[in-house]
Design a binder for this molecule. Structure first.
Ligand SMILES: N[C@@H](CCC(=O)N[C@@H](CS)C(=O)NCC(=O)O)C(=O)O
Length: 206
């Protein structure tokens, strides 16, 4: 069985969503902030970050986007991503990678701002710049969603769930609807998805 190290409200949300949407059983291990995690977790995730995933064959991995892609590949019936040969596949890979490599690190700079400056007086400036960069990403995705329901192709994919998660990490909860209406429209639909709604009961993302 898969074993997922995760935490409520974290990047583990999208990986748990992928498992739930695919109906794949997994063991969920909550990594509590401030509590020393078990030694296995440290070995898998040297940065001490969640999500971290142990595969049924014992191999382990970090990186939320890689986990999403792997689960989509291994459980194709769940249609978590467009098929490998579909034109929408390029968009799926593009936006999933964009979110994990540009937007996720940007918002981490807001929540862990002290790591990104050696100047204690500089923390606020790091936060402001982080939100600015994160919002640049939201603007790009909002434009991408103009006139369309989903980021890649005509069906919801796990990339849309990734966006749902990121969007709800914006420090100003009320800003989404006014500033990025296309993202808000997609998120509003996803918030009503039975599986995601149920998952949110423990994650409290919205
Ligand atoms: N690149 C990683 C980032 C994971 C990450 O930063 N996770 C956060 C929670 S959302 C974390 O565990 N932070 C704790 C820390 O950095 O000390 C991914 O995409 O999975």
């Amino acid at each position: 069985m898969y074993r997922l190290y995760t935490r409520a409200g974290s990047g583990g949300f999208v990986v748990e969503a992928a498992f739930e949407l695919a109906g794949v059983p997994y063991e969920r291990i909550e990594v509590v902030k401030g509590v020393e995690p078990d030694p296995e977790f440290r070995k898998i995730s040297p940065l001490g970050q969640v999500p971290a995933l142990v595969l049924p064959d014992g191999h382990a991995m970090t990186e939320s986007a890689a986990m999403c892609q792997l689960l989509a590949e291994r459980h194709p019936y769940a249609r978590l991503s467009p098929a490998a040969e579909a034109p929408a596949r390029a968009h799926f890979l593009r936006w999933l990678t964009f979110m994990s490599s540009v937007m996720y690190p940007a918002i981490l700079r807001y929540y862990y701002a002290q790591r990104y400056t050696a100047d204690p007086q500089g923390v606020e400036a790091v936060k402001v710049a982080a939100v600015c960069e994160f919002e640049r990403g939201l603007g790009i995705l909002d434009a991408t969603l103009e006139g369309r329901d989903w980021l890649a192709g005509e069906r919801m994919s796990v990339a849309d769930v990734y966006l749902l998660m990121l969007a709800h990490w914006h420090p100003e909860a009320g800003k989404l609807a006014a500033a990025w209406p296309n993202i808000e429209r997609a998120c509003a639909a996803l918030r009503e998805h039975t599986v995601l709604k149920q998952l949110n009961a423990s994650h409290e993302m919205w």
